[in-house]
Design a protein around this ligand. Structure first.
Ligand code: SF4
Length: 898
């Protein structure tokens, strides 16, 4: 039966319809839900590839204790016993939970209730700390509550849309496409993109401000000063609805950020800056979307607060097409905020340090053990693990060994921790490898509950597949442990709906409109009504008939006085470069991957857009450093080193570098950028600064480069680099090494009974081709050569390996006779490669639309349109495709995340 559900990736929160066609094999058709308000049927390529990630091949199917499979009884007994023993021997603060924006709200609620309500500590934090805790802190300081004021429609209604610190085209593609459509319908709508890199998002921008890395605080402080100097203020709004404006004026005067100073600090062209200021000053309907580029900074809260100040000073909040808008990275970062998933919050947007809030929550939960002070935030929490202060940690649905700054320190800390429990749906992650106790959690298609997207819209995730193996929902696992701790009465839940009702009821406790988060109107849903719950924006108090799209329409804020606050925004010392590590490394997401690839890494088509880990550099820096495109390089500093391929792009400023956050030890040798990132964080929010890290980049000499295609993962020859991915049933591994390579050794290494071989060697070992056959079917294809990786046509070769009609010599060539390679994959949805698009352009297509008509590229999710645009530009002067140069577009390929 078809089920409506919600995409598990980004904070857009698109609706999907799932049609399970084979529940035993976990096969389902997935389509965009036309009725969901976030996407109206659209999906990006990640969402439309979800069906490729449902299989059970990589799932954790049984609980494991110290490496041995056990049943749930044994596993849960052990978790409860280790937890109790740790508290008994070392006190409540010796235990911690580290959870995730991937959890459903119901899972999150139960985890938070257990630790904050009954274990005597507030040591629970979430990977959302890495993503949006800065926005939370800024909202609370300025607006009095963690409230996103606007809705997605505001982004379409704005006459001026400012996108800062976000490559939405790739990180929130469906919203970006909605904006692009709005711009096409109203070309007079202006879009400003603020980003040191020229990302895909800048393609629809009227103005791209390529400011110096880390200078956002200066830019918005300068904007605020300009609003004051030009008296572009809404005095009535300021007088009636805000406090602290005079102090803000004094601080602004003291900062003396006039146009010239701001332009100089941001290294921006003065005219461009003036244009931005003029547009902001003149445009009533202005929305400022901000994300990780603002949040992931030691000045994050100051930066976000200044953005909010600019909107308050001009009265642009709570109106259609006018608001600041923090867009969240994860599917349920907002739900986590609602139930108090951050160490400094209580449930239902209440504060741990507020005695009245503690009383409300304590009474409601029937507990007098609520901690009176916040728990440890993510960086502090893992520091406490490293110091032996936290001795028991339960990590749920996240991979901190990849995603936390100083990731190798996290690895060491977990290795030495007394007890590490990890709940996850997959069997292998960098973090799971360090777990003492592994608990199999339900996968996306098996989970039932709710998530909240970036516009406060609560949507149901509905199970459409049976639980894989012995997997259980996270809420069930936590509840079962709580019962073993003698808390059966407090944790009586039989289903997710039971938890949702309690969560909704708590939000309305002693809440006569004084707190923003109130969904008590949903507390009476019975199981059927919960099952059928349609997407609903909060707040939704008792007697509400609909959710609310926009907040603060009446100018009343959730502060004691009801007025918004102009707060101190003095930024601390920004990043300054170190001569030893002269390049400023930025990190972020790429179009077709999500987080640490545990799910997107299963999709063959998502693997093909950018198949290997990389660092992007400006061509001038590459020339200066003696680095060729696609050459292996080391990116390093005093904390660690990564081995990745170099890509040249003018989208990077000189002196800067960019690495994606996704690759990890399960997919490649060494490409976790977080091993390079120092644990610096914003003093208020605790959010780490992932965007500016000093590194050096140098070529990595290799004696050979190779491609290995195999039916199964097999032992690799001695190497300095490997990177593996899937293409249909085949594992594709690229390798490089610095020792001698010979066919005899490879054949010994890969020997198998009955296996036959075809081999070609140029005699010097410079070029090797080796094919292995089992029962006349090719099972291994290997090619190595001296200077660069073999130039193969991967789609052709994989198809040829399946077909088995070609002889060894034809297969060994790696491409069809006389054919050029088909180039990089551009359109993942329709699997259209660069050569097809270039052919279309050469044959006369002169627009994205005509390329789409001829090739289908760009006609589904639209995420590849910036790349098609770049090909249209470059191919207008070049009519043949060079297959030997790396794919370099004028558009950066990446963005940020938690
Ligand atoms: Fe999922 Fe893409 Fe929608 Fe984000 S934009 S929720 S990744 S389909």
């Amino acid at each position: 039966m078809n089920k409506r559900t919600t995409c598990p990736y980004c904070g857009v929160g698109c609706g999907l319809i799932a049609d399970p066609t084979d529940t035993q094999e976990h096969i389902a058709k997935l389509t965009g839900d036309q009725q969901h308000p976030a996407n109206r049927g659209r999906l990006c390529v990640k969402g439309s590839s979800l069906h490729e990630t449902l299989g059970m091949e990589t799932r954790l199917l049984k609980p494991q204790l110290y490496g041995n499979e056990v049943d749930w009884e044994q596993a849960l007994d052990e978790v409860a016993e280790r937890l109790q023993r740790c508290i008994r021997e070392h006190g409540p603060d010796s235990v911690a939970f580290y959870v995730s924006g991937q959890l459903l709200t119901e899972d999150y609620y139960v985890a938070n209730k257990l630790i904050k309500g009954f274990l005597g500590t507030a040591n629970i934090d979430t990977n959302s700390r890495l993503c949006m805790s800065t926005a939370v802190a800024a909202h609370k300081r300025v607006l009095g509550s963690d409230t996103v004021p606007g809705c997605y429609q505001d982004l379409e209604l704005a006459d001026l849309l400012i996108i800062t610190g976000s490559n939405m085209a790739w990180t929130h593609p469906v919203i970006y496409q909605r904006i692009a459509a709005a711009k096409q319908a109203r070309p007079e709508m202006r879009i400003v993109v603020i980003d040191p890199r020229r990302t895909a998002t800048a393609d629809i921008a009227d103005l791209h401000l390529d400011l110096a890395p880390g200078s956002d605080a200066s830019l918005f402080t300068g904007l605020f000063s300009h609003l004051l100097a030009s008296d572009a203020l809404d005095h009535s709004f300021i007088d009636k609805h805000t406090e602290g404006f005079e102090d803000a004026q004094h601080r602004s005067r003291a900062a003396a950020m006039d146009l010239a100073t701001t332009a100089q600090r941001c290294q921006l062209d003065r005219e461009k800056l003036q244009t931005f200021y003029d547009w902001f000053t003149q445009t009533e309907k202005t929305v400022t979307v901000f994300s990780q580029g603002i949040n992931q900074s030691i000045n994050g809260v100051s930066q976000a607060s200044t953005i909010l100040h600019c909107h308050l000073a001009t009265g642009r909040i709570g109106k259609p097409g006018a608001c600041p808008f923090s867009i969240t990275g994860q599917p349920n970062a907002m739900g986590g905020r609602e139930v108090g998933g951050l160490a400094n919050q209580l449930a239902a947007h209440m504060d741990i340090e507020n005695p009245a809030h503690r009383r409300i929550v304590g009474n409601f939960w029937g507990s007098d053990r609520l901690p009176v002070r916040p728990g440890l935030k993510a960086v502090e929490l893992f520091d406490a693990v490293a110091d032996g202060k936290v001795r028991f940690i339960w990590i749920m649905a996240t991979n901190p060994v990849v995603s936390m700054p100083e990731a190798d320190k996290i690895k060491k800390a977990l290795t030495n921790c007394d007890c590490v429990v990890v709940s996850d749906c997959v069997a292998d992650t960098d973090t799971l490898r360090l777990a003492d106790i592994r608990l199999p959690a339900a996968g996306w298609g098996e989970k039932d509950g709710t998530v909240t997207n970036s516009e406060r819209c609560i949507s149901r995730q509905r199970a459409f597949l049976p639980l894989a193996g012995d997997a259980k929902p996270d809420w069930w696992i936590i509840t079962a442990v709580a019962r073993r701790l003698g808390l059966g009465k407090q944790f009586p839940y039989q289903c997710a709906a039971d938890i949702f009702r309690e969560h909704a009821l708590l939000s309305g406790q002693d809440n006569a409109g004084g707190r923003d988060f109130d969904i008590s109107g949903l507390a009476m849903l019975d199981n059927d009504a919960y099952d059928q719950l349609a997407p609903t924006q909060w707040p939704y108090p008792v007697a509400a008939r609909a959710g609310r799209a926009r907040m603060f329409e009446d100018g009343r804020f959730f502060t004691r006085s009801g007025r918004a606050q102009f707060v101190d925004t003095t930024p601390c010392q920004a990043y300054s470069s170190d001569k030893r590590w002269p390049l400023v490394l930025n990190t972020g997401r790429i179009r077709d991957q999500w987080h640490t690839m545990t799910r997107t890494g299963l999709s063959a088509r998502l693997q093909q857009h950018v198949p290997e880990p990389f660092v992007e550099l400006h061509p001038d820096d590459m020339a200066r450093l003696g680095i060729q495109p696609q050459q292996l390089v080391q990116v390093r500093n005093e904390l660690g080193s990564c081995t990745v391929k170099a890509r040249a792009t003018t989208a990077q400023q000189t002196g800067t570098a960019f690495m994606p956050i996704h690759w990890n030890d399960c997919f490649t040798t060494a490409a976790r950028p977080c091993v390079l990132i120092e644990s610096r964080f914003d003093a208020i929010s605790g959010q780490p600064a992932f965007k500016q890290t000093g590194v050096a980049v140098s070529p990595l000499p290799c004696r050979w480069h190779a491609t290995l295609i195999s039916r199964h993962r097999i032992d690799l020859p001695t190497h300095v680099y490997w990177s593996s991915r899937r293409n249909t049933d085949w594992h594709i591994t690229t390798l490089a090494g610095d020792c001698d390579l010979d066919i005899a050794t490879l054949k010994t290494q890969w020997a198998s009974p009955g296996r036959t071989w075809a081999e070609m060697d140029d005699g010097s070992g410079d070029e090797i081709r080796l094919l292995a056959y089992d029962h006349n079917k090719p099972v291994i294809w290997f090619a190595s050569q001296r200077e660069t990786a073999p130039d193969i046509d991967e789609p052709w070769l994989v198809a040829a390996m399946h077909a088995t009609t070609l002889n060894a010599l034809q297969l060994a060539a790696g491409r069809a006779s006389g054919q050029l390679a088909s180039g990089a994959l551009v359109c993942s949805c329709h699997q259209v490669r660069e050569s097809t698009i270039v052919d279309a352009i050469v044959s006369g297509c002169r627009s994205v639309e005509s390329v789409g008509e001829k090739t289908r590229a760009g006609t589904n999710c639209g995420s590849c349109i910036p790349e098609i645009t770049a090909l249209l530009t470059t191919s207008s002067t070049t009519t043949t495709l060079s297959t030997k140069t790396s794919t370099t577009t004028a558009t950066a390929t990446t963005e940020n995340v938690c």
